[in-house]
Design a protein. Sequence first.
Length: 392
Amino acid sequence: MQTLDAGDPAAHARAVAARFRDVHGRHPDGVYAAPGRVNLIGEHVDYNGGLCLPMALPHATYAAVARRDDDRVTVRSGQQAEGFDGRLDALGPGRAEGWATYAVGVLWALREAGWDVPGMDLVVDGTVPLGAGLSSSAALECSVALAVAAAAGVDVDAAVRAELVRACMRAESEVAGAPTGGLDQTVSLFAEEAHALLLDCRDWSTRQVGWDPAAAGLDLLVVDTRASHTLTDGGYGSRRRDCERAARQLGVELLRDVDDQQAALAALDDDVRPRVRHVFTEIDRVRTSVDELERGDFEALGRTFTASHVSLRDDYEVSCVELDAVVDVALDHGGLGARMTGGGFGGSAIALVPTEVAAGVREAVAAEFDRKGWTPPAFLTAPPSAGARQLA
């Protein structure tokens, strides 16, 4: 079984700084890190103005940066052969390809917001698994956003972090072409250690919610199914368009704004009714899960997690056989609850399990994947971790 270790942040910072020196022959001005995330609950409701409860992973993307004395931008990666080299005025949609669109899109969005962005060299690397639904793209965007702020001489407070969230959202939706809702970037920039982040996506307010499963003798097991996952292959956008169409039909800007949910469901077309039912019930489940967390009722929390998966599988139809298998096996081997997490169509699942059965759950999941002839899954440990920060 493969376990994906987050490693030591200080060691990763030294490594990406050394890579920067190898590429550019000089020291970086600083190194910045931003984490991936796992969403405990509240899936596909961020772009509907709903409530979400994500937390930051210890796995992060690291960005080393140094200013240039001209108007050029270079971006290189420790994991990808191709990079980007261009002018500051040529960073917008259609100007970069592949992974680099997420990085240069941040610079473009900040320039669009009126920032005086200088030329710079960037080198990035990270430990967030790609394609796992754990927001490697937002980790890249947010690490670059902090690096750009430093290169631009901007002091980063809570208000600037909120501005960086908006820039990262524009980078992902307008430059990279993935119409995400803001959950990933917000938790990456605002997370705190030993907490989940209750995020209200209607007004973007946040509240830290204590989350320390280890203290209750529990593990949050994250399983990367290795099933293909991408936000730009059409499925994610299709679900979002369904919700937007339903909102127009109901005469509201966001589905969160609906008051009489039963009347709304009765008025909708058959093809979008299940999508909207998921949104309504998932927002309620987030409220319920926060209450369960705050009173320490982890058995009830597990049941709420599982109910979320059922809704995502049956009403929103974004699960897949690999995700369903993880959930079923975890529940059959002592898990309190389990669900897919992230955009779906592959990616990762989480399981809330007593620590003493965690190894058995991993073994059983691996055995089931082997029996089905699927690519072996990978496993992550997931203590709630700190948000984006400077490391060197």
